[in-house]
Every structure is written in C-alpha cells, then in structure tokens.
Design a protein around this ligand. Structure first.
Ligand code: NDP
Length: 448
C-alpha cells in the first residue's frame, strides 16, 4: 500500500465510490503503489489532480445487444465500452466476449491498457470493451448476428482516429471479421478501425503471434540481463491455450525451452516429454476445452481437471496466459516451493496483489502484464500504420519490429526501476512509472 497522503485520499475516495468493483480497485492499488515514489517529489501531479483524473474513465458507453438465435428466439446481452484515456492517441483496446464481463473487469482492463499502450511508445490511448455474450457453443451464424447487432450501436463510437478495437478473450479474427464487415457497411469506408483483422481484410501478418511471441522476447531480455542466460533447457509452464498461451508455448519451444504443462478451462496437461504444441494448435481449430482430449494422443501425459494444478508442476519459468487472478497466494507458494524463479504475465493481471508480493519477497523475477504482454497491442499499432499508409509488411518485418519494441519496453522498465528504486529488477514499479510519465506529461500539456 502507498504512504503518500494524497494517494491515500484519492484511493479511499475511489474505493468508497466503486466498492463493488474489486478488479478495478486491485489494478488501481497496484499502480498507485508505484507512484508513491513520484508524487511527493513533483507537486504538479497533485496540483493538477492528475491521479484523480487518471483513475476515472473519460467516457463509458453501456448498451443492450439483442439478436435472434438459431431457434428463432430473441436473446438479450449487455455490452459496454470504456474509453479510459486519450491523452496520447486515439482509444485502443480489445473487445472481450465472456459471461464474466462486467463494469469492474472492463474498467480494470481499460485502465491497464492506458499504461501498456504508453509503454509501447506508439500513439494510442487506452480503452476496453466487451459483452457478457459467451461464444462457446454458439453457431457461426449466431456469432455473426450477435456481432452485427453489437456494431449497430458501437459504430458511432469508434473510428480510425477515435477508437480502434481489437480482439481479446472470446474474440478472434472471426468475430473481428463480422464486426468489421458490419462497420464497413454502415460507414461505407475501408479504414483501419479494427485491428486483429484477417489478412485479406487488411490485417497484419504477425498479429496473431504478437502477444505470445512478444512475451517470450521480453523474458529473453530478463534472462539475458539478470541471469546471463537464455530459454535453452528451461522448464516452462503456460496456463491458457488460446491466442496468447499457444503462441507463447510455440516460441518457448523455438527458443530451446521445454513446455512441460499447459491448461485451458477443461483442465491441465503435464507432459514430461514436452507439450506437443502442433497438436494443441490443431485441436484448437475445431474445439475449445482441448486439454481433456490431449491424452488420447499422448497417453503418457498426466491430465487433471483442476486448472489450479498447473501451478504444482515443477518449473523454472511460469507464463500465466489465461485470465485475471489465476495465481492466488497458495499457487504462488506452490510455484516457489517447486523451484520457479521467473514469472512473466501473458494475461492481464493474472497474479493477485498478495501473490505478486510473495514472488518479490522470494526473489522471483517478475514481469507485469502491462509490459510483458504489450506485444499484441504494439503489432495492432503497426497494423494501424500499414492501414493508414496502404502497405503490407512481411511477417519477418513485423516480427523484427515487435522484437525491437519488446526490447525497448524492457529497457524502459529496467531503467525506470533503477532510477526510482535503486533496484534493476523491480519491473512492476519500472513499468508503472514509465507508463505513467508519458500520459502524465501529455495531460499536463493539454490542460484540464
Ligand atoms: P483466448 O480466449 O484466445 O484464450 C484464453 C485461454 O485461456 C483459453 O485456452 C481458455 O480455455 C483459457 N482459460 C480461460 N479461463 C481459464 C481458467 N480459469 N483456467 C485455465 N484456463 C482458462 O484469449 P487470449 O489468449 O486472447 O487472452 C488471454 C489473456 O491474455 C487475457 O487476460 C487477455 O486479456 C490477455 N491479453 C490478450 C491479448 C491478445 O492479443 N489476445 C493481448 C494482451 C493481453 P477455453 O478455451 O477452454 O475456454
């Protein structure tokens, strides 16, 4: 927790107002803890009510989405878009379709996105949106009708210089395609309003790989800087086998690491021979819940239906890539007990505050998601540039730019950590302060 009276007051006020928004308060608390080192040294922050403004979204749009299912029944879902901060560029952030979507989760994601986008050094503000619509078990036609209805409201709030959505949990190239198609019919223009589009619709090569690959590039920098080491021979566990997890696992293997366990909502697979990532990717084309099918192909692997069992598998490196708050204190204790010495977040806020504190107390190198998973939005930024200039870059070109961006993000976090804490490896503080500074300076320049 923070010590500055200013931050204590801002947070107390916020917690009173939003006591029913635990994820949002968690993200703000984690962030403000790092600002303790700045606010008392720089009176302009308090004088301009910078923190008070940064913790309130600029705008929130809430709406109803009605659609007709395959049986002809009318269904109603709730949706929202949180446009959190546009100080450094048009709003940018994913769309999530999941039954857990609510205001707290949308606000925490949009808040985090603001500083993540700032870390990439690309001109993008922070936003997030979504709906409690669950695509699992829905037909393609149902998903299309839902996406079209969603855009019938959303189209008026987005645009290439206003707000540029992308995918997230439950939203991949298929859903983006349906949304972009509807948007284009309404606006009658082929613009870069969405990223993570299919390649033929103006998407960028390398976007599908970007978050997972970027995570591994970030970890490579950590290994090099703090351990003079590489992924070679390291035991790695990856939670989540979706867009982020599967690509992270693929890159770990390419860089010489051994992925010994993966998970999805159906459970955990522990395979001492090394996870067969080609099989995971193949199964994921037609199914969700793929872990419970893995053993059919690899009977020697061990399956558990309990997703938390992944944190019991001995490893050097853990990459949580599924969802928020998947590592609680007990799982952090298991990880440390079983030899884990590096954790890098592929998902957004997968580690609770208590678990993060435990890792730091036990000298586990820790990469916060707003830095280590920024590769996805970074390549979305590159997609926007390609769309705006009518160019298509090769996979290698995009991947090389991603690699350089992840190195730059690591260096910014590392330098800010050294400067403000005297420690080279406090990447949480480093990421928060480096992300904050650019947004803060822009807000000062733009007045109240
Ligand atoms: P996907 O929907 O593609 O994949 C999510 C994966 O996690 C699926 O395998 C899902 O299983 C699994 N999962 C969900 N909940 C649990 C759980 N409680 N325990 C174990 N596994 C679980 O989403 P993404 O890969 O896109 O996103 C994952 C995380 O990364 C999210 O936090 C997202 O915000 C973050 N992120 C994503 C970016 C991107 O570019 N996509 C960019 C930056 C961050 P199943 O399929 O069986 O439901």
């Amino acid at each position: 927790m923070f010590k500055s009276a200013y931050l204590i007051n801002v947070y107390a006020d916020l917690s009173k107002r939003y006591q029913d928004q635990p994820e949002f308060l968690q993200a703000v608390e984690e962030f403000l803890t790092s600002l303790d080192l700045l606010v008392d040294k720089d009176p302009r922050i308090q004088k301009n009510a910078i923190v008070e403004r940064m913790v309130e979204p600029e705008r929130m749009i809430k709406f109803r989405v009605s659609w007709v299912d395959d049986s002809g029944n009318v269904q109603v879902n709730r949706a929202m878009r949180v446009q959190f901060n546009s100080a450094i560029g048009p709003y940018k952030g994913g769309i999530r379709f999941h039954k857990s979507v609510n205001e707290s989760i949308m606000k925490f994601l949009a808040f985090e996105q603001t500083f993540k986008n700032s870390l990439t050094c690309l001109p993008m503000g922070g936003a997030k949106g979504g709906s409690d619509f669950d695509p699992a078990g829905k037909s393609d036609n149902e998903i299309m009708r839902f996406c079209q209805s969603y855009i019938l409201e959303m189209y008026r709030h987005i645009g290439p210089r206003m707000d540029v959505p992308a995918g997230d949990l439950g939203v991949g190239a298929k859903e983006i395609g349906y949304m972009y198609g509807m948007y284009k019919r309404i606006e009658n223009e082929f613009s870069g309003t969405f990223t993570s589009k299919g390649i033929e619709s103006g998407g960028s090569l390398g976007r599908a790989e970007a978050t997972g690959y970027g995570l591994c590039y970030f970890v490579e920098e950590m290994l090099k800087t703090y351990k003079k080491d590489t992924f070679k021979g390291k035991r790695v566990i990856v939670s989540g086998a979706g867009k982020v997890g599967s690509m992270a696992a693929e890159k770990v293997i390419e860089l010489g690491g051994k992925v010994v366990a993966m998970s999805d909502i159906s459970g955990v697979i522990h395979d001492e021979n090394g996870i067969d990532i080609k099989l995971i990717k193949k199964l994921s084309q037609t199914n969700t819940e793929i872990m419970n099918q893995y053993q059919t192909y690899h009977p020697e692997a061990i399956y558990s239906p309990n997703t938390k069992d992944i944190w019991k598998v001995p490893c050097d490196i853990a990459l949580p890539c599924a969802t928020q708050n998947e590592i609680y204190l007990e799982s952090a204790e298991e990880l440390v007990k079983n030899g884990c010495w590096l954790v890098a977040e592929g998902a957004n806020m997968p580690t609770t505050i208590e678990a993060t504190k435990y890792f730091r107390e036990h000298n586990v190198l820790f990469a916060p998601g707003k830095a280590s998973n920024a590769g996805g939005v970074a390549v979305s930024g590159l997609e926007m540039t390609q769309n705006a200039t009518f160019q298509n870059w090769s996979f290698e070109e995009v991947d090389e730019k991603l690699h350089q961006i992840m190195k730059r993000i690591f260096n910014r976090c590392h330098e800010a950590s050294l400067k403000h804490t005297g420690r080279p490896d406090d990447l949480i503080t480093g990421a928060n302060i480096a992300g904050f500074m650019k947004v803060y300076e822009a807000m000062l320049q733009q007045g109240v």
